[in-house]
Ligand binder design. Structure first.
Ligand SMILES: [Zn+2]
Length: 260
């Protein structure tokens, strides 16, 4: 058994037995760790309110490689962004970041790699402060960057077949993982055309820090094209992805708030 001290983000937690919690942590040390927090729901729990989704922790985990559930021994809050949970827009986008990590990280990783955790934390921090119209772009930026960190960045600069540099949009093929020039290289029924603005926006989303995306002028942001491309790409490459659940919850909350 190893005692692991690590930077971590709480993805979700749920009840176990009378007084404990199961907590899914995304950690710098080992990616996704599913842990038991014994007594976490008891009146004098040493975990306090630290095991809520979206909380950043310094965690101590007793880890055995042959075990599915690890033991969470200690959790100290290092950051928390209350505005994320105070309105439906922020709630839905922040939830989508956590859900992405849950789905993209299938199991525990052996090697330490904090890049995806850091990208998620920078994204949540930006979402807590960003003007509402920028939230969607910040989420899409996280998804594009996270895919690149996981080793499947979409090809957006040159045609996947003839390698010609693209300057006028292209045919986006989610399953093949990027753009075709359209002539001579045609797509099939699964591909669809995206504009040059959408192509450049997708590239910029993959390169910029989330805090800088928050300052974009959103009037000319090609939201529909970007969302379609990213969502189709994720559903082709992330196991079990079929439109993030928390986004749909957010949409329902908005409809509820609008009384429809
Ligand atoms: Zn081509």
């Amino acid at each position: 058994m190893a005692i692991v001290q690590t930077d971590a983000l709480v993805l979700r937690s749920y009840r176990l037995g009378e007084s404990s919690l199961i907590v899914h942590l995304f950690t710098a040390a080992h990616g996704l760790l599913r842990c038991v927090a014994k007594g976490a729901r008891g009146p004098r729990s040493r975990f306090g309110g630290s095991l809520e989704p979206g909380v950043r922790l310094s965690a101590v985990v007793y880890r055995k490689t042959e075990r599915d559930l690890q033991l969470l021994s200690k959790a100290d809050i290092t950051a928390y962004w209350p505005p994320l949970w105070e309105d439906p827009d922020r709630f839905a986008r922040a939830g989508a970041v956590l859900e992405f990590l849950e789905r993209a990280a299938y199991g525990e990783a052996e090697a330490e790699d904090s890049s995806l955790l850091e990208a998620a934390i920078a994204t949540l921090a930006a979402m807590a402060q960003a003007p509402a119209p920028a939230l969607e772009a910040i989420l899409r930026g996280f998804e594009v960057r996270a895919c690149a960190l996981l080793g499947y960045a979409p090809e957006l600069s040159s045609c996947m077949e003839c390698r010609r540099p693209l300057e006028q949009g292209g045919l986006f093929h989610p399953l093949r993982g990027g753009l075709l020039c359209g002539a001579p290289c045609g797509g099939d029924a699964a591909s669809f055309r995206i504009s040059e603005r959408a192509r450049r926006t997708l590239i910029a989303l993959g390169e910029r820090e989330p805090a800088s995306v928050a300052s974009w002028a959103m009037e000319r942001y090609p939201g529909h094209e970007v969302s379609r491309a990213v969502e189709r790409f994720l559903s082709a490459h992330l196991e079990r992805f079929d439109g993030l659940r928390s986004m749909r919850v957010g949409e329902r909350l908005v409809r509820y708030a609008e009384g429809t």
